[in-house]
Design a protein around this ligand. Sequence first.
Ligand SMILES: *Cc1c(COP(=O)(O)O)cnc(C)c1O
Length: 431
Amino acid sequence: MVNLPPNLSVRNNHLFIGGCDTTELAGTYGTPLYVTDEDRIRDNYQGYVTALSLYYPRTRVLYAAKANGNLSILKILAQEGAGADVFSSGEVHLALLAGMQPGFLLFNGSSKTKEDHRLAVEKGIRVSLDSLDELSQLNQVAKEAGKVVEVSFRVNPALDVPTHPKIATGLATSKFGIPATEILDAYKAALSCEHVTPVGIHCHIGSQILDIEPFAQEARVLMQVVSELHRLGVKFAFVDLGGGLGVAYDHHGSAAPTFSDYAGAVIPVCTDTFSRLGIQPEIWIEPGRSMVCDSTILLTRVNSVKRAHKTFVNVDAGFNTLIRPAMYDSFHEVLVANRAGEAACGTFTVTGPICETGDILAHDRQLPDITAGDLVAVLDTGAYGYAMASQYNGRGRCAEALVRKGEADLMRRAETTQDLMHALVTPSWLK
Ligand SMILES: *Cc1c(COP(=O)(O)O)cnc(C)c1O
């Protein structure tokens, strides 16, 4: 039996989330279905705030909107007081619509358009710059608008971190950030721009990092740079440490570092430097995965079971719905939601409906006897789940439900066949 997180439980052989019976949710809203427990997100946010403020009063959590951009989730976090790391104009609009304050947003990204810059300038959102080219472009846009925009640069700390190569972002060879060796010149250039003021510094080393040491290393590199920039005359309003704290996807194995472990490793590194320099900037962090991952499960219906060289359980969600196993070889626990109290009796491979060999959600799992019509729950799918879903193979994206203390409602309906046609236009010669 897997160790269930506190928002999941088993009653009468059924899996419950946030006090709701998953078999009833699947019956009401159909499958595949993402189900998110609101309280878990609030708890995670408060967990971060509590852990950070134990070390330093001036901290702020900017939720990385790309992990799960549903408006309801952004609203929940806005209610808690969170800001957001936004990476596109679309995310800016969603975050503002959710009620987040422009001053609590940071517009990140290595490839922004003029329209992105205009939006940031118009709304008064700080921008994290990724190149000198971008600095002069933003300065020009701000000049045209007759405004001054506050910025940071993203530093590339050249750190090799223990995670999947596709989500290691702080390597010397990564496309992100400006090398620490060139960062002084970047800030000098920014200080000489009339319509740009550097007020912060930004770094993000990667995702799903289960070791605390890389975060401490990152903080040390960043504090070295902050000291040098302070001497240069940069007045820091914020230091942004990025996101990346990993979660324990394997519920049989060891636990992930806690928010307290994280805060204890990074905040003192920063506050030591701050007191030495006599400055008190805000410390920002940008967690995505660790904020929402364990709030959500994916419910998927078994269409058929095939006994071949393995026993394949063909469900209605594939990598169109959850791409992480196919893209990152990632592991998610699976349970049979309507037999959640039964003992395992065989080895099953859970496969999706997509026309590709790689469409496998879970390899060789010990599960109770499964038959067509059963309901499979894939755990820890709140981060980079729906957010990365596609319409591949002519399948509309599925619905998302929100639950709270036994109450349930949709926060996104499933797409219909009509929605597949939504953006299609016919070239004149095919009419
Ligand atoms: C993706 C990303 C994050 C969040 O990463 P997690 O691993 O989900 O915490 C934070 N900051 C930036 C700049 C990112 O690109």
